[in-house]
Write a protein that binds this ligand. Structure first.
Ligand code: G4P
Length: 528
């Protein structure tokens, strides 16, 4: 293949997502990664309130109120000779679909664990989402400055619950008030931790006479024993196994104390993969699109409405997969929608800027009026199609009603627009004027109500509805579909793309319908 000069640009991209259980320290780590990368002058700005807040990782009102991060976004910064694209993912299991989509745009992931808690149930769910794609995972055990579980216990848990080979790259000396630092098991150096020290000290050789200052003799002896055990007890790190998603290197630190953050960033640069090729279809034929290919291509993994309350347009977060994107380029979707991208946005720690160029691994925000949907492929030829991103069937259905009955039309528009973001679903029964919202969980319903209130100035009520399960209906042919729909008129609905949906009262009802109508399949996911 021809090596275009810009291929080197793709190679220096590191595009990754951080996933964690709420409260494990994702925001703090994000902030301090940006700080370590020189992208923030003062740590604390990701959380900073005020005008700039919308550009930061969790900018929505509900996020501020609840202290959770519910909308994914991206932040770009330079570190060493790499461009780092950090994709933020929601930390709540209600948003695992959103996380899944974000991960399709990431080349690797960092899992953050709270050292006192290990793997929490929600982390597990998000992690399973990671495993769907065998994405390479680095593990960061955070909050070592607090009383922590035994490192062996944490590592065992990661290995057991996540079914991954674990390789500690460092070993901590104590935790909480006894935390002295970590030993780098690869380089054989010690990285001392001093509480209250803003600028972490440099790593020192194990025979450095100054070491005793930071690591008293008794702690040192304990650490030496633990390291010996660790050396014998774990496999050697294999880059290939990590890249294949079977092995996770584990790092220890304290995001809040800025300890171990630079080491994690170095590991991302040294170990995490640059963008790789992606398989798609060109003119219906499978092709492997290399990051350094001549043609610019990319795909939309997230659509966010109303990022700017003054404008009703939407931002389509587009991950570039190949080529050298230049501002003003015309890119097309497979169904012939053409976009001249004059205002591509890049998201930096504190600013959004218009991007003049972007390469594989980069994420650009493409403002549009609802033309672009999650899962759309954009390419210069308009002939490329990357695999669609699935929609997952919602786990909770609610009837939506405006408080003010005169506002039904407005509410429908708002719900449609949010459904087009691909986060919640809107089902329109074939009969009647009900609007049924499908969500993954209660929190998502609350977030939707909050967004409708702030972004559309509408009060909405979400009420229980007779149905608890929605399944997309795929039929052998039109006649089979018609026959089924005719007999289930009251339970048939359409989603925002007009795809037929069966609303059922229980899983039993789906099974029953399946037995009676073998020509129909009921699917919990829909490829876009
Ligand atoms: P999240 O995005 O994963 O939900 O977690 P976040 O960073 O918001 O951190 C959750 C809490 O844990 C915060 O405390 C934060 O300061 C604390 N934290 C994060 N990393 C560390 C660490 O390495 N050591 C210690 N000791 N604490 C850490 P909070 O009291 O909930 O919030 P705040 O008032 O400090 O902002």
């Amino acid at each position: 293949m021809t090596e275009y000069p810009f291929t080197a640009e793709a190679k220096r991209r590191r595009t990754f997502a951080i996933i964690s259980h709420p409260d494990a320290g994702k925001t703090t780590l994000t902030e301090n990664l940006l700080f370590a990368g020189g992208a923030l002058r003062l740590a604390g700005q990701v959380r900073a309130r005020g005008q700039n807040r919308r550009t930061s990782s969790d900018w929505m009102k509900i996020e501020r109120e609840r202290g959770i991060s519910v909308s994914s976004s991206v932040m770009t910064f330079a570190y060493r000779d790499c461009m780092i694209n950090l994709l933020d993912t929601p930390g709540h299991e209600d948003f695992s679909e959103d996380t899944y989509r974000t991960l399709t745009a990431a080349d690797s992931a960092v899992v953050v664990l709270d050292a006192a808690k290990g793997i929490e149930p929600q982390t597990l769910k998000l992690f399973e989402v990671c495993r769907l794609r065998d994405i390479p995972i680095l593990t960061f055990v955070n909050k070592m400055d607090r009383e922590a579980l035994d490192p062996l216990e944490i590592l065992d848990e990661v290995a057991d619950k996540l079914a991954l080979d674990v390789v500690p790259m460092q070993w901590p000396a104590g935790s909480g008030s006894r935390f002295c630092g970590v030993q780098d098991l690869i380089k054989g150096q010690f990285l001392p931790f001093i509480k209250g020290q803003e600028e972490p000290l440099a790593a020192m050789a194990l025979d450095d006479p100054k070491l005793e200052q930071y690591l008293p003799a008794n702690e040192r002896a304990e650490l030496a024993d633990a390291v010996e055990l660790a050396d014998g007890g774990y496999r050697e790190f294999s880059l290939q196994s990590y890249l294949e998603g079977h092995m996770t290197p584990v790092y220890f630190g304290s995001a809040l104390r800025k300890f171990g953050v630079r080491e994690l960033l170095d590991a991302l640069v040294d170990l995490a993969p640059a963008p790789s090729s992606i398989t798609g279809l060109r003119n219906g034929e499978p092709v492997v699109q290399q990051p350094g290919a001549a043609e610019v291509s990319g795909f939309v993994f997230k659509v966010q409405a109303n990022m700017d309350p003054n404008h009703r347009d939407r931002i389509a977060f587009t991950r570039i997969s190949s080529g050298e994107f230049k501002r003003g380029m015309k890119l097309k979707t497979i169904v012939g929608k053409t976009m001249t991208i004059t205002q591509p946005i890049m998201f930096f720690a504190q600013d959004r800027e218009i991007a003049d160029t972007a390469y594989a691994g980069d994420v650009i925000g493409v403002p549009n009026h609802g033309v672009l949907r999650v899962g759309d492929t954009l390419s210069e030829s308009g002939k490329m199609q990357f695999p669609g991103l699935p929609n997952f069937a919602p786990e909770m259905l609610r009837r939506a009603r405006p408080k003010d009955p005169m506002k039904a039309k407005h509410l429908r528009k708002a719900l449609e627009s949010l459904a087009e973001e691909g986060v919640t679903q809107l089902f329109q029964p074939m009969i009647g004027a009900d609007m049924i919202l499908g969500a993954v969980g209660q929190l998502q319903i609350e977030v939707t109500a909050e967004r409708i209130a702030t972004e559309y100035k509408l009060d909405v009520l979400f009420e229980p509805c007779p149905y608890s399960i929605a399944r997309w209906v795929v039929a052998k042919d039109d006649a089979a579909l018609e026959n089924f729909a005719e007999r289930h008129k009251m339970q048939m609905a359409k989603d925002v793309d007009d795809a037929p949906v069966f609303l059922a009262k229980s899983a039993w009802e789906i099974n029953y319908a399946q037995e009676k109508f073998p020509d129909i399949s009921f699917t919990a996911t829909k490829e876009r």
